[in-house]
Design a protein around this ligand. Sequence first.
Ligand SMILES: Cc1ncc(C[n+]2csc(CCOP(=O)(O)OP(=O)(O)O)c2C)c(N)n1
Length: 416
Amino acid sequence: GDVKYHLGYSGDRVTASGKKIRVVMSSNPSHLEAVDAVVEGRCRAKQRLRSDTERRKTIPVLVHGDAAFAGQGVVMEVLNLSQLKGYTTGGTIHAIVNNLIGFTTGPEDARSSRYCTDVAKTIEAPVFHVNGEDPEAVVYVAQLALAYRQRWKKDVVIDMWCYRRWGHNEGDDPSFTQPIMAKLIRKKKSVLKTYAERLLAEGVITEQDVQAIRQSLEEQLEKAQSAAMAQPKDPTIDPGSWRWQGFTHEYSFDPVPTAASRDTLAEVARAHAALPDGFHLHKNVAKLLERRAQAVEGDEPIDWGTAEAYAFGSLLLEGTAVRLSGQDSRRGTFSQRHAVVKDMETGQPYIPLNNMRQMGQPGVPGQEPGDLGEDGRPRQARFCIYDSPLSEYSVLGFEYGYSLADPNMLVIWEAQ
Ligand SMILES: Cc1ncc(C[n+]2csc(CCOP(=O)(O)OP(=O)(O)O)c2C)c(N)n1
């Protein structure tokens, strides 16, 4: 949502079972739902950096408003990314704080569907509609959603029905626009109160317990506020861990040495001529790869596609991973790239640039890109190249998020 928060943050929390969990909140602009794809990209990059191939250790959670979830097109775009090979994060938990209103607009003017979550039906995600006034039901549904996500690696949606007691902001009065609902809400006791009453009636807690819990919560809030006020100008938010160390805002236009040696280029070139035994290559592509393999030897001018392949290949050999995504990027819009080739008999894909050396495994000690492989040569980094769906907003956001989590990888979104 818009006013939920803006500034990103990260910190460690200790769970009830004593385990440590890192919680990272992405900076969130006012433009509702724009952050969704950014979170997905960040999450995917973190999974890669930890070689979390099962995608169980880093979990994206998106918090939405009901009006924005139904109204913003990027929500559908991001749902559509959820099971794609190049973009899946192993399932996102969507939590909708459904206060039945968007600014001043009611559901009857906000959507044509019955539920604000109906767009999630496009990917057949399960939706749990839950009463926000029943905290135990909310906790139960949250646990269920997490279990579902971990088991099936798919998106799941929690639609928490609640209400907004006050206006959209401090100067607002909800009875201007929703007089009947505002009247009903005014009569409602707070969730804290009704839940405490319920537990008291059930004999689960005593009045003293209620007071103690309330006091401890208030103390925590007071303490946090005093800490924030003691240092109002510089809350010093860790922008993304040690991976950003050494990067500065200063920029220089001075040329930097980027040349690769002829030996390196020759190794990249050879990879294009070395297909697996029995691979049935399209005859036109075979000619192109052959030219690409030979180009480094002669004095002929090098074409764009070849130069690009050499550039990516030399980075990979140096241990810098490359991610390139966009519409039709694997072949290349103008048939210039052919970074992924297909076997004409089986349809199986093959990526020459991922078969130069033994592959490095990020986050696996001793097997990182640059560490020696079994053949005694440094392992290469991976070329992550994907065709994107026919979307721009979500894909660009995704790649931006990806680049935030891994500033050392070359991350490219290719516009068609
Ligand atoms: C893309 C975009 N359009 C319009 C706005 C202005 N705006 C801010 S909050 C809001 C209503 C959001 O309603 P909802 O999604 O239900 O979330 P809530 O604020 O009720 O939690 C609007 C229209 C915005 N921030 N972003």
